[in-house]
Write a protein that binds this ligand. Structure first.
Ligand code: ADP
Ligand code: ZN
Length: 210
């Protein structure tokens, strides 16, 4: 089962992807996570990517497509995968069509006001990447591994607005691109409430695909 999660930054794609990955036993491929691993290094390429990410802009398509191509050619992707944060532009979607057959695209919908609120209170574990809200973890430390929580540079309010503009301009057109395989879900409720209809939909899809 090959699926794409589509939605604005902060709409809850990552949280949803983790649940799908666990229950359907397919890897979550987050281009944001892959890029964050790259920028931990210190070389000219990593520093260039770091700058782009910090500003909330997009890494060039050729680099991104190449990275995803490599990742989905690995063995653990044979039975399927969940793309989280890719494609993000029409050229990326066109390139993906040439390398893989996507079964379904899940569109996660949330108002921009709620997104700004959620991202501003988002904290990320500096070690394991676990995500928290200051509403449910104000200790400053990860409940799983005890490492300090940080606010991502691109989760600062001024950058969030810019990322939403980039989404509207570059990524929202993908909703039309995939209109023939789109499943919509609202993430205004809890993570469990968001997941429920998706899970039911994917169970059916899985039965049909296999
Ligand atoms: P978000 O919370 O915005 O979904 P991600 O973790 O998916 O954040 O991505 C963080 C940053 O990584 C993006 O703002 C962008 O700079 C870069 N990035 C991630 N995926 C892509 C992509 N498919 N194409 C270009 N840049 C990307
Ligand atoms: Zn942690």
């Amino acid at each position: 089962m090959k699926i794409i999660l589509l939605g604005a930054p902060g709409s809850g794609k990552g949280t949803l992807a983790k649940k799908i990955s666990r229950d359907f036993n397919i890897p979550q491929i987050s281009t944001g996570d892959l890029f964050r691993a790259i920028v931990r290094e210190d070389n000219p390429f990593a520093n260039k990517v770091k700058e782009i990410m910090k500003s909330g802009g997009l890494v060039p398509d050729e680099i991104t497509v190449e990275m995803v191509k490599n990742r989905i050619s690995q063995d653990d992707c044979k039975k399927g995968f969940i793309l989280d944060g890719f494609p993000r532009t029409v050229p990326q979607a066109e390139a993906l069509e040439k390398i893989s057959q996507i079964d379904s695209v899940i569109l996660v919908e949330l108002s921009h006001d709620t997104i700004v609120e959620r991202l501003s209170s988002r904290r990320t574990c500096s070690n394991c990447g676990e995500i928290y809200s200051t509403d449910d973890n104000n200790t400053g430390f990860c409940f799983k591994c005890n490492s300090p929580l940080i606010q991502r540079d691109d989760d600062k309010p001024e950058t969030i607005r810019h990322r939403l503009e980039v989404y509207e301009e570059n990524t929202a057109p993908l909703i039309n691109f995939y209109s023939d395989r789109l499943f919509k879900v609202s993430s205004a409720g809890t993570p469990e409430e968001t997941y429920e209809p998706v899970k039911a939909f994917l169970r059916d899809l899985e039965a049909g695909v296999e």
